[in-house]
Design a binder for this molecule. Sequence first.
Ligand code: NDP
Length: 462
Amino acid sequence: MTTTNGTSRTNGDVTKTTITAKAQVSLPPKKSYAELNPKSKPTEFFGPIGTTIVTFATPAVAYALFFTCNEVTGCNPSASSLSNLAHTIGNWPSSAGKLWEWKALAVYLAWYAWCIATWVILPTEWIEGLLLRDGTRKKYKMNGLWFLFLTLGVAIGVLARPGGIEHFTWLYDHFVPLLSAALAMATAQAVWVYAYSFFSGELLALGGNSGIFFYDFFLGRPLNPTIPGLPNWDIKTFNEVRPGLSLWFLLNISCACEQYVRLGYVSDSMWLVLAFEGWYTIDCYIAEPSILNQMDITTDGFGFMLAFGDLAWLPFTYGLQARYLTFNPVQLGPVFSAIIVAIEILGLYIFRVANNEKSDFRNGKNPKNLTYMDTARGTKLLTSGWWGRSRHPNYFGDWLMAWAWCLPTGFNTPITYFYVAYFAVLLIHRQRRDDEACRHKYGKDWDRYVEKVPYRIVPYVY
Ligand code: NDP
């Protein structure tokens, strides 16, 4: 409601008018905790039974990838080698396969502490995240690229010292105990954020508040957990691109060092894996602020799924190709190398151009004059360029790159193609989740968009 009143006074030939205005704005009533955090339906991942299975199965797969593909058992496990394996686990001939080592835990904790310390110390601007449903916005410190440069600088310093290359093989030599340390860290974090979310009064994820332990523990109950005393340290964004992503790069370098120590050179296949996966890591840091628009940050809670995925699954399963090449060096030769480089460049091109088209567009720019449609929600949707060819062209580019990362391992075993298969499942599942979320956000406008762009991921195919 707005009211105004005015008075006029004449003083000689000067007229002075005073207008006073009172404005009364009605703000929507502040929502209670229960209204902000409604109970969720446990429907994702086939419900509580599915999330329970995935909680136990994913660590088991991460270990299985080591124990079924290593230099002791080879990478084509037969029934007899698998039955021998049962006796060997827990008593592995080298420290690479020991299930637990306190020293590996200490190294892992030191690594995690380094990641936090550099996050605190390295200067950078703070970036605002999207508006949260309680009307607030969080600020995020994005200094990942500087962190990576500093970490790689230290790594190069170690490698350049006499005996440095041999020292760097320590990571390769402690693969499983390091995986166990990362799993312990992920589990501890998931338990902590789950328990603390009952006392903190923080905002919960809309999908992770069913009241069923294994469902909420896996999907993540709190949306943006922090720890008391460090309210600006957002555990979820930190884990997403810091300790796990860069550890993957370091593990790959360690594998290349081990190969060099054994052979006296680094094979062309290893160079390709190092370059492709290393560039992917650098690219993630260059585009670090874009994670603030991703489903993991905007929608998903932080629970075992993200904690384990970021800290353990990513570095220790995505690194399988480099680990395999260490004990099974493949010589590709120029022709096969060129074919793989071409696949990588094509995938990278589609991935980057598609992501740039959307990111420019969401930032109010449209340098290619792409067509778009208006929606009742207010945000527009691109209907030409890569986003007119499929509804997730960036996933297609990402998946092509996955092939380029696995092909250098040759064709002696299917196990080194695990990443291609797993990533296809992840992207198909993720595309369906995002489609569902967009249908919810855009309603009938999304159906119009789907009519215009019928393909989900692979243009004109799927
Ligand atoms: P995307 O970057 O694919 O973004 C999806 C969002 O984009 C939608 O929710 C919608 O949000 C917006 N959008 C959809 N269609 C259009 C359109 N036509 N025009 C404009 N905006 C549109 O989301 P992800 O977070 O899934 O992926 C980010 C990147 O991370 C991808 O490149 C993916 O490949 C990669 N990734 C890699 C993983 C790995 O392990 N290596 C795992 C997962 C992802 P809105 O309209 O609200 O803006």
